[in-house]
Design a protein around this ligand. Structure first.
Ligand code: PLP
Length: 388
């Protein structure tokens, strides 16, 4: 029978969106071969889907991994890792300056009997001090969200090897364009593919890349709990990946230009961006990142949140919105958004202030972005005066 997708052998340039929940079996023998893992085949969407699988293969190549598991969101990917590899009584090391939702997940893990230690990025220099015989996992982001702190992945791996713990690196901020955590010693690399990989603010997805063996472990969890991505989002993700390299390059050029510009402004008290030679993470970032330092930066504006809000309210091109890694530049105050639900001491205890601003560079023309920042900065004193 002619395959309707490839009549006369011509193949579609785009992976078709297969919305099927289930597949009618060609025969009992084919069913057996699929379920025994002898052939790649599809039976039920929660197990696997061809549109999703095509994107998994692309991301595996990008991360130089044997395989990749895609999930519904970045947090689903993180949680799948925790559920797959942690048991009651195990010890997990996390870093304060990581995406806020990990705090909530850590509360669930603690309820389930996992012991959690939170460290500062600076503690990573002597991380072996915090390793215990029951340490099973060290999870980090580098650069981190939102302060773009850098941890030395090779050093973390060395310490983890003392007790055969797993090293998991969230590569969302760096993206595979700038950093390959698996090459640096991570056992698994994860992404919120909602961000730079997708890149257009129109899909949510997570991705985990590593060895084939770990793919099997994580596939088991995904199949069990049902965090399989829908085919339409997978297709959008595949489309986003086609322009990923160009976007990542431009985003990091824009981020560096904005970081340099902001660092020279009297109203800006501090800029956090590993691409600046003055940044405490610069030296390590230069060793483990390449072709730039990613598209996200943070900075403290003035002394108060009112000043930070006044600045954001004056921006014309840069959008006041959460998320990052998109075609449009996005700006937000983490204290009021991504970190809102953390206890007060956690929101400020590791360097974030009420007036810290996170800025994710888009792919706009650099001079337009700099002009937007400049005109908004000029108006902050006026705006505050008008309010007073
Ligand atoms: C670094 C990082 N990791 C993970 C996540 C969670 O991703 P998602 O929103 O796709 O669940 C985010 C979300 O902002 C993030 O910034």
């Amino acid at each position: 029978m002619t395959d309707p997708l490839t009549p006369y052998g011509n193949k579609p340039m785009v992976t078709p969106i297969v919305n099927a929940v289930n597949y009618h079996y060609a025969s009992f023998e084919v069913l057996r071969q699929i379920t025994d893992g002898e052939i790649d085949g599809y039976t039920y969407h929660r197990d696997d889907n061809p549109t999703v699988r095509a994107v998994e293969k692309i991301i595996a190549v990008m991360e130089e991994a044997e395989d990749c598991v895609i999930s519904t969101t970045g947090m689903a990917a993180c949680t799948m890792i925790y559920l797959t590899y942690l048991n009651s009584g195990d010890h997990l090391i996390l870093f304060h300056d990581i995406y806020g939702a990990h705090y909530k997940v850590s509360l669930i893990l603690e309820r389930m009997g996992v012991e959690v230690t939170w460290l500062n990025a600076s503690d990573s220099d002597h991380i072996s001090k915090y390793i215990k015989p029951n340490t099973k996992m060290i999870f980090c982001e580098t650069p981190s969200n939102p302060l773009c702190k850098i941890v030395d992945i090779r050093k973390i791996r060395k310490a983890a090897d003392l007790v055969h713990a797993l090293v998991i690196v969230d590569n969302t901020f760096a993206t595979p364009f700038h950093q390959k955590p698996l090459k640096l010693g991570a056992h698994l690399v994860i992404h919120s593919a909602t961000k730079g990989l997708g890149g257009h603010n129109d899909l949510m997805a997570g991705a985990i890349a590593g060895t084939k063996e770990r793919y099997d472990d994580l596939w088991f969890t995904r199949q069990a709990i049902g965090t399989t991505l829908d085919a339409y989002s997978a297709s959008l993700l595949e489309r986003g990946l086609k322009t990923f390299d160009m976007r990542a390059e431009k985003m990091s050029q824009n981020a560096l230009a904005m970081a340099e510009f902001l660092a020279a402004q009297p109203l800006v008290k501090r800029v956090y961006y590993p691409g600046l030679p003055t940044d405490p993470g610069h030296e390590v970032a230069r060793r483990q990142m390449h072709d730039g330092f990613g598209g996200v930066l943070a900075f403290d504006l003035g002394e108060t949140q009112e000043e930070a809000k006044a600045f954001i309210n004056e921006l014309k091109l840069i959008y006041h919105a959460v998320s990052l890694g998109a075609t449009e530049s996005l700006i937000c105050i983490p204290y009021l958004t991504t970190m809102l639900y953390l206890p007060e001491e956690r929101r400020t205890g590791f360097g974030v202030s009420p007036n810290t601003i996170r800025l994710s560079a888009g792919i706009e023309k650099t001079d337009l972005l700099l002009k937007d920042l400049e005109q908004a900065l000029k108006k902050v004193p006026q705006r505050l005066a008008a309010k007073a």
